[in-house]
Design a protein around this ligand. Sequence first.
Ligand SMILES: Nc1ncnc2c1ncn2[C@@H]1O[C@H](COP(=O)(O)OP(=O)(O)OP(=O)(O)O)[C@@H](O)[C@H]1O
Length: 251
Amino acid sequence: MAADQPFAIAIEHMGFRYPDNAAVSFADLNLKVEKGIRFGLFGPNGAGKTTLMNLMTGVLSVNEGSIKLLGKETGKQNKEVNTLFGFVPQDFSFYQELSPAENLEFFGAWAGLTQTEITNRTDELLHILGLEDVRNKPVEKFSGGMKRRVNLAIGVIHNPQVLFLDEPTVGVDVQTRQAIINYLLKLNESGTTLIYTSHQLNEAEDLCEQIAMIDEGKIITQGHIDDVLKAHNHDSLENLFINLTGKAYRN
Ligand SMILES: Nc1ncnc2c1ncn2[C@@H]1O[C@H](COP(=O)(O)OP(=O)(O)OP(=O)(O)O)[C@@H](O)[C@H]1O
């Protein structure tokens, strides 16, 4: 990466606490994600992955330090920053009573696309994600896999430069999983930075180039996936994960 290019994400000396819950907090956290890479964030249940994603996307605001997305500070109601990234949250973000086409129309307009751009992008995404036949049916009647694909389409309607994905394949069948992963790889080839969390560590090995593992609000290892595995003398992310975070249940 050229020296003058901003990082996709630069977290510096970040501190965050929920006012009513001390179970997870971040203190003096530093993390940089280069532009154009496929980055994975992993950790046990309750480690703070979703919290960190919500901080990176400005859903939550930091208490100390800063988070910059492509050089611009997040956490402000700043439309300029908000249209640079897409967010595919773990919980479905669409309107259940609307169809995929209506949802894409709504979220495309929110992102500032013109009517022609929305129409073209809707046709393209519904085709790529196998939703053409149900484009006008209410989403509430869809299977879990179809809802995941609608959730993804909404996150990328505006061709974001950075795409956050919080467990984008949870609860889907093998067909949908492969279609989603292949689509994400294509997006990345065309320049989109991917920042992804999942508990599917086999899938993560196919998708991610660089990773960070977090536990109890701290980064416990990070780097290129091959380097991290080599440094810890493991041949799979799953073994490394158990080795670093232990076998005890997490809540
Ligand atoms: N809005 C909130 N207010 C207070 N506490 C919260 C809130 N959201 C999450 N937490 C708490 O923060 C901790 C971390 O949760 P978070 O969802 O970030 O973890 P996670 O690593 O994404 O877990 P999982 O793998 O289960 O999705 C948990 O103890 C959770 O109960």
